[in-house]
Design a protein around this ligand. Structure first.
Ligand SMILES: C[S@@+](CC[C@H](N)C(=O)[O-])C[C@H]1O[C@@H](n2cnc3c(N)ncnc32)[C@H](O)[C@@H]1O
Length: 314
């Protein structure tokens, strides 16, 4: 292994050593950590850690994704890498601001309301979610004139996504969205015509009392696991009383957190310092089993959001 002529050595340490070193430096209070690494554009097609030769020298290949994953895993931001013109590039890593959590003063119903930090986040910008929902819609194949129900609909992002992915549904379908945040529903009403979409301010536990009929497609994005929602009873009600015979369900369960402008893999659990997937696995296993037992085939996909797509068995 050779070192480049630049003052800093070209990064070639193994991942164990690298992580230990970054942790040491962060603990010592460094606020910007700079690394010089081989530019992976020169070794495209190699796998992470694979050695390759260039101009008679041996280097270790690491794709950009490895550096992004390393940054994400250590709660760091990877600044845009700068090619240095000698086959290497400079990486700068900096700690993310402390996660402020999303606890807010005021009523619980407005935790995700118009003035909450949640309104800065757009699911429509998440490549995994957009592509996974598109795949799910192919499986669900709702009719063009489908009735669609959205639970915890907030400002209506999932309806927007559906309309973009299925223009025929946007044209001929109809939408009902439920949420307990009055201010979020105001935003939703401003984005859809009243003829196309109805937004109802209600608690999800009161869904059985609403006269809204049955649906071809039910969406529950980031909603079933909300504190205080009786998800088991709600799911039973949806399957028994809200789905049309050929109706399907699409459930998204967040497996990420949002910190200082970054989306970070892994669901946070109360009283756990690090993200823990136990609750996500337990709940998704329950939903999947229940839907399986009630004549639905279930597909589980997704990354930052786990997606359960339930289609009726014929
Ligand atoms: C994490 S946000 C998800 C919003 C949206 N579905 C999305 O994926 O972008 C959860 C939403 O569920 C709503 N919500 C939570 N508990 C609720 C309840 N018991 N009754 C009605 N809405 C509720 C919140 O107001 C919020 O809009």
């Amino acid at each position: 292994m050779t070192e480049a002529t630049d003052s800093s050595p070209l990064e070639a340490r193994g991942m164990v050593e690298l992580i230990a070193d970054l942790r040491r430096r962060l603990a010592a209070g460094e606020t910007t950590i700079t690394l010089r690494v081989p530019d992976p554009d020169h070794s495209r097609g190699c796998y992470a850690g694979e050695r390759y030769q260039r101009n008679g020298e041996v280097y270790v290949h690491r794709p950009l994704q490895v550096w992004l994953d390393l940054a994400e895993r250590l709660d760091l931001r990877l600044r845009t890498p700068r090619p240095l013109g000698d086959g290497s590039m400079e990486l700068r890593l900096e700690p993310l601001a402390e996660d402020p959590g999303w606890r807010r003063e005021g009523p619980q119903t407005e935790r995700y309301g118009r003035d909450s930090p949640f309104q800065r986040i757009s699911k429509l910008e998440e490549p995994h979610l957009v592509a996974d929902v598109a795949d799910a819609l192919d499986r669900l194949a709702p009719p063009d004139d489908a009735r669609v129900l959205g639970l915890g609909i907030n400002r209506g992002d999932e309806f927007k996504l559906l309309c973009q992915l299925r223009p025929a549904l946007a044209e001929r379908g109809s939408f009902v969205g439920i949420d307990h945040s009055a201010s979020a529903l105001e935003l939703a009403r401003g984005r859809f015509s009243a003829a196309k979409a109805t937004f109802i301010e209600a608690d999800l536990d009161d869904l059985p009392t609403l006269e809204i009929g049955r649906f071809d497609l039910i969406l529950a994005f980031g909603t079933l696991q909300s504190p205080g929602v009786g998800d088991r009873a709600l799911l039973r009600h949806l399957v028994r009383d809200r789905l049309r015979p050929q109706g399907g369900l699409l459930i998204a369960m967040p497996n990420c957190r949002y910190v200082d402008g970054e989306q970070i893999y892994g669901a946070r659990m109360r009283n756990f310092r690090r993200p823990d997937l136990s609750l996500l696995l337990k709940d998704s296993a329950f939903y999947r089993r229940y839907l399986n037992q009630h004549r639905h085939q279930v597909f589980v996909t997704g990354k930052y959001d786990l997606l359960l797509t339930a289609i009726p068995r014929t």
